[in-house]
Design a binder for this molecule. Structure first.
Ligand SMILES: Cc1cc2nc3c(=O)[nH]c(=O)nc-3n(C[C@H](O)[C@H](O)[C@H](O)COP(=O)(O)O)c2cc1C
Length: 216
């Protein structure tokens, strides 16, 4: 596929066919992740590809109560989201059927190998995860290129110790994300809902328009 088409149509896939993902496709997707950049090239990232039905069920059972605790806040409007009205039902369906997705990929990060350079700025540090998510995005794009759907999730980070126990992960390997992977049951979107470029880009200083951005 053309790279721009891949980038523009890699959505959060909420519905999956039950068909298995061949190992060769799964390995190509994981290999793409490996090429992501990391701070000082320390490569602190690892992936546990979970195909085992019992372990997928165990991950679902950790995920579901965390999602159930959050979803009322979305439904009431207390938690802000960029979903279309009613879309939360699809996200809820996704959570309930997580164990049916053929592959769940837990993304692990070696916390002895990462730092948060902005840890002392009096706000939430942003840089701690920055050696992980470029690889994750590579994985999502490579999956799309194979015709596979994905959703990046982070809720399970709240149950990190339990995730480590289910998968036998060492204590220093944090749960950075869990990605669902499978054949999408619905077509990929033609166009994702994203802010216009004019709202995001500034030329040479904040608030200064970038001429030509409106053409995108
Ligand atoms: C950092 C991050 C964390 C996310 N965590 C979750 C999650 O825990 N559960 C979930 O269902 N979706 C999660 N998502 C998926 C987002 O809801 C989704 O990417 C967003 O709504 C855009 O969807 P779209 O690409 O289909 O437009 C997460 C996405 C990102 C980037």
């Amino acid at each position: 596929m053309d790279l721009t088409d891949v980038i523009r149509t890699t959505n959060a896939c909420r519905y999956y066919k039950p068909d298995p993902v061949p190992d060769d496709a799964l390995l190509r997707v994981l290999d793409a992740a490996r090429w992501g950049p990391t701070g000082s090239n320390k490569q602190p990232i690892a992936f546990v590809a979970v195909k085992d039905a019992g372990k997928r069920r165990a991950l679902h059972d950790l995920y579901q109560p965390l999602w159930d605790a959050i979803v009322p806040r979305y439904r009431s409007g207390e938690a802000q989201a960029g979903f279309k009205p009613g879309f939360i039902d699809h996200v809820d369906h996704f959570a309930r059927h997580l164990a049916d997705v053929p592959v769940l990929i837990v993304v692990a990060c070696d916390m002895t190998q990462v730092t948060a350079l902005d840890a002392n700025l009096g706000r939430l540090p942003l840089t701690a995860g920055s050696s992980v998510y470029p690889a994750v995005q590579n994985l999502l794009l490579a999956a799309r290129n194979e015709g596979l759907g994905t959703t990046l999730t982070t809720i399970l980070a709240m149950a990190e110790k339990d995730v480590q126990a289910v998968l036998g992960m060492p204590a220093h390997m944090a749960c950075a994300a869990m990605i669902t992977l499978g054949w999408p049951a619905k077509p990929f979107p033609k166009r994702l809902r994203r802010k216009p470029l004019t709202e995001l880009v500034h030329l040479d200083g904040w608030g200064q328009a970038f001429p030509g951005a409106e053409a995108f």
